[in-house]
Write a protein that binds this ligand. Structure first.
Ligand SMILES: *Cc1c(COP(=O)(O)O)cnc(C)c1O
Length: 426
């Protein structure tokens, strides 16, 4: 046991077993041995496990947002060994890890400068710290977003040392509001994409076109925190290319609509933006938030797949593009197979969500398999199964959405559903 689990864990398991026998009664040696080894096996199960996402939420924050493509996963192994991360193989001289991504990003977005960091929160913090510390940044009151708990724009602004100047109101901000707020201390106008909520009704916001005109007129930077980083036009989500045409510095996440690993991308095209990114990359904070080699490798692979147009191989992209006919066919197959195994269900129309704070209110039509039986007990049994399956409850039924179930997971899913439903209904 010590050879397999290590001394510390064996001691812990024996202590726990002895303590439990003190209160619950003493067992014989053979049974005690079995209990100790069961405890050890439970201790040895990795905390992080693969789950099947049948929730229909593509970028599910609790499930790690974007699943990586196979090619991105393979690249992790390459970077995990020794690699030419910071070595130019041609010249033998030191290379820059940042340069690794410039080629694909330039071809994909026509940017003139690029920096990848740990995540988009870091991208925004670095941008504001390096470019705006001690100066004024003008931002609309309608865009003071909170992205999940600890990332609130006003807090990030404070942390960076930039002085946030709020203009407009929650529902209306005009271009003139920005212009009127400009002082000699102003260093940037900032747009923050309201990626996880919508303000509807009596609303107005200045367009990025208007903001650009003002920024040029007063020779200040235009920073755009895009958040999701849509590559293609989708609903009313602003795209990276559109943003790069107008803003000097553009930031977004690697693991939202881009469908890559957790990362923050900072891109620029204008001369002012390129100069700004140069400043960012030299700032001490850049080292603290720099992208690690595994992420870098996965990001490069994801970008290359996009460049090659292999959208079907990028899970997020494939899920977003899935047509209802295909979902109906797959769902119908599961439905029949489950019935054959005695699991009663109905196929019904429903909606998938993009999730991850992207495209709120933008639902994708899907087909759901509604399992007969007590919804929350079935959902719990599924979650505790092996592999765990994450379902969602809708109209009092435990539902499975085929859209977010990865290719090749069908058989395992059906086995897991059969097992879970049978434990609940036995
Ligand atoms: C998601 C998001 C962030 C934070 O990005 P992470 O990659 O999660 O750090 C920042 N700003 C906006 C507008 C976002 O949508």
């Amino acid at each position: 046991m010590v050879a397999e689990f290590g001394r510390a864990q064996v001691v812990e398991a024996i202590r726990e077993q002895v303590a439990s026998e003190r209160s619950a009664g003493v067992l014989d040696d053979a049974e005690r041995g079995r209990r100790v080894s069961a405890r050890l096996r439970a201790l040895a199960v990795p905390r992080i496990r693969r789950v099947i996402n049948a929730s229909g939420v593509i970028l599910h924050t609790n499930l790690g947002r974007a699943p990586l493509s196979r090619s991105a996963v393979e690249s992790l192994a390459v970077a995990g060994a020794y690699s030419n991360l910071e070595l130019d193989l041609e010249t033998g001289r030191r290379g820059e890890r940042a340069d690794l991504l410039y080629g694909p990003l330039n071809r994909l977005f026509d940017c003139q400068s690029a920096l990848a960091v740990n995540n988009n929160a870091a991208a925004v913090l670095l941008t504001l710290t390096a470019l705006c510390k001690g100066r004024e940044v003008i931002v609309s009151r309608g865009q003071l977003v909170e992205i999940g708990g600890s990332f609130r724009m006003p807090d990030v602004m404070r942390l960076s040392g930039a002085r946030m100047v709020e203009v407009g109101t929650t529902n209306r901000t005009r271009a003139s509001d920005y212009e009127d707020a400009i002082t000699p201390k102003t260093t940037a106008l900032m747009r923050v994409h309201t990626s996880n909520y919508r303000v509807t009704g009596f609303t107005e916001s200045a367009s990025l076109v208007d903001m650009e005109a003002i920024a040029r007129r007063h020779d200040v930077l235009l920073i755009d925190d895009l958040g999701s980083g849509a590559v293609e036009v989708m609903a009313d989500e602003p795209t990276v290319s559109e943003s790069l045409r107008l803003a000097d510095v553009v930031t977004f996440s690697g693991d939202k609509l881009l469908g890559g690993p957790q990362a923050g991308l900072i891109l620029a095209r204008s001369a002012k933006g390129v100069e700004a990114v140069r400043k960012l990359s030299r700032h001490p904070l850049a080292r603290a938030v720099r992208i690690d080699k595994l992420t870098l490798a996965a990001l490069e692979a994801s970008l290359r797949q996009r460049l090659a147009g292999h959208f079907d191989d990028i899970p997020v992209e494939r899920m977003l593009r899935l047509q209802i006919e295909e979902i109906r066919r797959r769902g119908g197959m599961w439905s029949v197979k489950l019935e054959e195994r005695g699991v009663k269900n109905t196929l019904m129309p429903g909606e998938s969500a993009v999730g991850g704070g992207s495209l709120p209110g933008h639902a994708l039509p899907t087909m759901l398999i509604a399992l007969a039986g007590p919804a929350s007990r079935i959902a719990t049994a599924l979650r505790r199964g092996d592999p765990p399956v994450i379902a969602r409850i809708e109209k009092d039924a435990c539902c499975l959405d085929p859209r977010t179930v990865l290719r090749g997971e069908d058989e395992q899913l059906i086995d897991a559903v059969e097992a879970a439903v049978k434990t609940v209904l036995k």
